[in-house]
Ligand binder design. Sequence first.
Ligand code: NAD
Ligand code: UD1
Length: 333
Amino acid sequence: MKVLITGGLGYIGSHTVVELSNNGFECIIIDNLSNSSIDVLGEIEKLCKKKIEFWSTDLRNKDELAQIFDTHKFHAVVHFAGLKSPGESVLEPLKYFDQNLGTTINLLKEMQRKNVKKLVFSSSATVYGDLTWPPVHEGAPTSILNPYGRTKLMIEEMLQDLSKSDSEWCIAILRYFNPIGAHPSGTIGEKPNGVPNNLMPYITQVASGEREHLNILGDDYSTHDGTGVRDYIHVMDLANGHLKALNYLNNHLGNHLFNLGTGRGYSVLDLVKTFEEVNSIKIPYQVMKRRPGDIAVSFADSSKAEKELGWKAERGLREMCKDSWRWEKNSSK
Ligand code: NAD
Ligand code: UD1
């Protein structure tokens, strides 16, 4: 079965292509390389032991998108492509509306034109904002903290309207918690541009000597050690969630929301200590003030995904820390 993967050379997309391809799907990738490198394609092909068709296409290019849909009859689309920095989205909201909303509308129009009505969409735990004390389940109220989060929630709402207008659509919206880790081969992983915003890539860059120390952004939260608590999930478990979601859409019409998290929260210091222990590396840090917009605690209730998709995160924090470090060592050589 042919599946179109938008953003398939990115962090989560690349791991998902490997998972889907190794489970019998034929993946065709679109990526404009704005936040990825063409070298990732070769690494994916090695891990899948086959050639993967790649289109270096921007989803804003409607003509090329139409050409791709005219070339292939897709069974489904997995839509990762988009911009993902909350901080940048506050400074440049129009860029986010254009690149996240505009591109998704182009994609959905093409899908409708060619009668491709199965979609898995990358949403984020960010849509829960700061209203609910965890564990958060899919029915919890949503709130928006920045334009990035707004684009995710708007797309979710667009997808709900779409499936109300046409009952043939089968849509899985996956709300990811905090993906970290990398493929155990150490050949694909997350490669942020510039200074990392997120915790794990910052830690690995301190470990490699690229940065002097970690800044812990607040130690006065009401958590067990004062630092922020998150639900870190291994990207390989996340990739498997997409396989399960695609299979689910074969016999479920309509629009379905799923949290993908482990259900366990760890603090910044828990993560630092685990990383130090499993990799035998010291991570020097200093405590700074809180990052504006950050919440104290976030972790998922993923029981719906377990019950309906038959999916459960299997990898623990130690494995996440080992795999992140293996990838950093390989990629910074
Ligand atoms: P990523 O930046 O590594 O991957 C996105 C890919 O999409 C990149 O390869 C980029 O080049 C491509 N892309 C961006 N705009 C494009 C466009 N207009 N046309 C074609 N390709 C385009 O990001 P990721 O971490 O793999 O995230 C994938 C998705 O998951 C995103 O939608 C993101 O918002 C969502 N998400 C990510 C996280 C996270 O922490 N990584 C958490 C929650 C949700
Ligand atoms: C980030 C995104 C959020 C997205 C989520 C999942 C921001 C502001 N938010 O949030 O939209 O849904 O990832 O991908 O980027 N921390 C440090 N030092 C650092 C970096 C982070 O102490 O250098 C702390 C943070 O305060 C937080 C924890 O580490 O407590 C995790 O931070 P991060 O990896 O950025 O994830 P989120 O804050 O959950």
